[in-house]
Design a binder for this molecule. Structure first.
Ligand code: ATP
Length: 307
């Protein structure tokens, strides 16, 4: 394991902190790298009883460094099965929200509840079992495509694997590989494109089948066709799951039940897409900027530019 893992890590120049910041497959890496955790289970912590997966932030405050507050009183609820998208300029604190939900750090004020339970009161393993992350950039193991997908749930049957790769829209790609499911991928095997890696991440997450999903949207633009396929796969993956979308572009937010606009650690606007556009405020400005970048309104949802 470790050898397989260190190799790509070295090549990409990742260090632990970097991984942590971009939510790169940490679910697994934490355990593999055996790194010291920032937060510990409380003595006598109980497992989370995840029901529908309602997520609630109550006046959450956070600073990586006490001298520089990052989140300054954030409150919102994602009802079970619904989707909330967070948008805003770079550095606003969007990804920080997902790191706190996954409990890489503890809030310095307020609290975060999952189905009514404070994340600080439950075991980290049970919390993380309830949350699936589709990260910005997926690290592949130097192993087969089968291994890379199946570690979402070791022991999954071929039937289950087939179902998730169909839903993630990567089934035809796998079928086209020289050795099919047994094709070696990763730095020492077939190198997958950004879009292919994202679909591997989606398939893994579908296999894990968590009630809560964090989608950390990629910063880099994908081509229109790939983007569409991934949008469809993500929509599928988030159906029936409580979903927090960290939107670095605006491509996945249009259909969210609520969009939260974060600026310098505060919520400055919130609502559904149409209402926010009509308001003509910060969200409308972000949207307009995105259209400028595209020079084409119709394509706006598919490329660049919240940042
Ligand atoms: P982007 O859209 O660029 O990804 P973001 O809104 O997701 O931005 P965050 O990643 O949440 O922003 O970061 C918020 C702020 O916290 C930034 O100013 C960042 O520099 C700072 N920050 C993030 N991680 C750390 C860390 N580990 N230590 C100290 N400061 C950090």
């Amino acid at each position: 394991y470790l050898l397989q893992l260190y190799q790509p890590l070295n090549i990409f120049g990742f260090v632990y902190r970097g991984i942590k910041e971009s939510l790169n497959d940490m679910e697994k890496m934490f355990d593999l790298l055996n790194v010291e955790r920032e937060v510990q289970d409380k003595p006598g912590a109980q497992p989370l009883h995840a029901a529908g997966g309602e997520v609630r932030f109550e006046d959450v405050r956070f600073a990586y460094d006490a001298r520089r507050p990052i989140l300054q009183g954030i409150s919102f609820t994602i009802p079970a099965g619904k989707t909330v998208a967070v948008v805003g300029p770079t550095g606003a604190g969007k990804s920080t929200l997902s790191r706190l939900l996954y409990r890489f750090y503890d809030a310095t004020g307020g609290r975060i509840l999952v189905d009514g339970q404070d994340v600080r009161d439950v075991t980290q393993s049970s919390l993380r079992a309830a949350i699936g992350i589709v990260p910005q950039d997926t690290v592949l193991f130097n192993d087969t495509i089968r291994y890379n997908i199946a570690y979402g749930r070791p022991g999954a049957t071929q039937g289950e694997l087939d179902r998730v790769v169909s839903a993630a829209q990567i089934r035809n790609f796998i079928a086209s590989l020289p050795d099919g499911w047994d094709t070696m991928v990763g730095e020492r095997g077939l190198k997958l494109s950004g879009g292919e890696k994202q679909r591997v991440a989606i398939a893994r997450t579908l296999l894990k089948d968590p009630p809560i999903l964090i989608l950390d949207e990629a910063t880099s633009a994908l081509d229109t066709h790939t983007e569409r396929e991934i949008q469809a796969a993500l929509r599928d993956a988030s159906r029936g799951r409580t979903t927090l979308v960290i939107a670095h572009r605006l491509s996945t937010v249009v259909d969210a039940d609520e969009i939260i606009v974060l600026e310098a650690g505060r919520i400055v606007e919130r609502g559904a897409h149409a209402a926010l556009l009509a308001m003509g405020g910060a969200y409308a400005a972000l949207w307009a900027k995105q259209q400028d970048v595209n020079g084409n309104g119709a394509k706006a949802a598919e490329t660049v530019a919240a940042d």
